[in-house]
Ligand binder design. Structure first.
Ligand code: HEC
Length: 251
């Protein structure tokens, strides 16, 4: 099967090259900033600089294993502030979601006795005798909410599909790459885009899928880089090389 390519990037007109290059450069810069933004938001989710699997888990799955702040503190720095049986009762109560009857019957009295000396008197410390403040301590971090994920998913799919539609289209005019390889390179960002968005939801459900988020992100970053650089090269550098007369012999 012989296919004739009518247009090549190398012999596009100057205005077309300018249009394509302007677009590719701005998109390239946008992708760099997107990477930077991921590092600054998700990258710091585990408190350390740099994107890690833990960051992804904290962002999408939350810190469910640690439980609520109250439980974390009662197992941590607040461990010695109540006798073991009181502490255990509080943890059980927190695990049950902080039922109101038990609060009224027992827990609020324990808090008054063991926690209030600091937590109702020292300014700046959370006043745990206040039920509303206590409720904040009972919350479990479950990561991104389904409504946020739905919103971000559809914006991401629409927006990025547009970007790669045009990057891919420009790349179809490249030469020296077989039609099959071109088709593969063009399809990669779309496939990884779906993998990426799907993996957010999977990670929300099960933290083991966090790796897929990173692979998906790198996947279309890489294929975009290849397409952008190949296209720019073939528009501006390849024509000069072709036009150059045979190199003079080395003397
Ligand atoms: C001797 C004073 C003292 C007592 C008694 C005390 N705490 Fe604390 N608590 C602190 C200090 C100081 C902090 C902040 C430092 C930290 O988080 O370790 C704190 C932090 C906390 C936090 C985190 C608050 C936040 O805003 O992040 C929780 C939850 C907590 N304590 C629970 C308890 C409970 C429950 C008790 C009673 C069993 C208790 N504490 C008794 C001094 C106390």
């Amino acid at each position: 099967m012989k296919e004739i390519q009518r247009f090549t990037l190398a012999d596009l007109t100057l205005p077309m090259k300018t249009l394509f290059s302007g677009y590719l450069l701005v998109i390239g810069l946008g992708l760099l900033f997107a990477g930077g933004q991921i590092m600054l938001t998700h990258g710091l989710a585990d408190g350390k600089v740099g994107l890690s699997v833990d960051d992804i888990i904290y962002s999408y799955h939350g810190k469910r294993d640690e439980g609520s702040k109250l439980i974390a503190k009662l197992n941590g720095s607040m461990k010695d502030n109540a006798p073991p049986d009181v502490r255990l009762a509080m943890i059980k109560w927190a695990e049950a979601g902080g039922p109101a009857e038990e609060w009224d019957e027992k827990i609020s009295m324990d808090v008054d006795q063991y926690c209030a000396p600091c937590h109702a008197n020292i300014p700046g410390l959370a006043n745990l005798t206040d039920r509303a403040v206590m409720d904040e301590m009972l919350k479990v971090d479950e990561g991104q909410s389904p409504s946020t994920l739905t919103r971000v998913s559809h914006i991401h799919l629409f927006g990025i599909a547009f970007i790669f539609f045009f990057v891919g289209w420009i790349f179809t005019y490249a030469t020296g790459i077989s039609q099959l390889n071109k088709a593969i390179l063009i399809s990669v960002p779309f496939l990884f885009l779906i993998v990426d968005v799907l993996s957010w939801w999977l990670t929300k459900w099960n933290p083991n899928f966090a790796w897929l988020v990173i692979i998906g992100g790198f996947g279309y970053g890489m294929s975009a880089t290849v397409m952008i650089f190949t296209s720019l090269y073939q528009m501006w550098i390849l024509p000069r090389r072709k036009a150059r007369p045979i190199d003079p012999p080395i003397q």
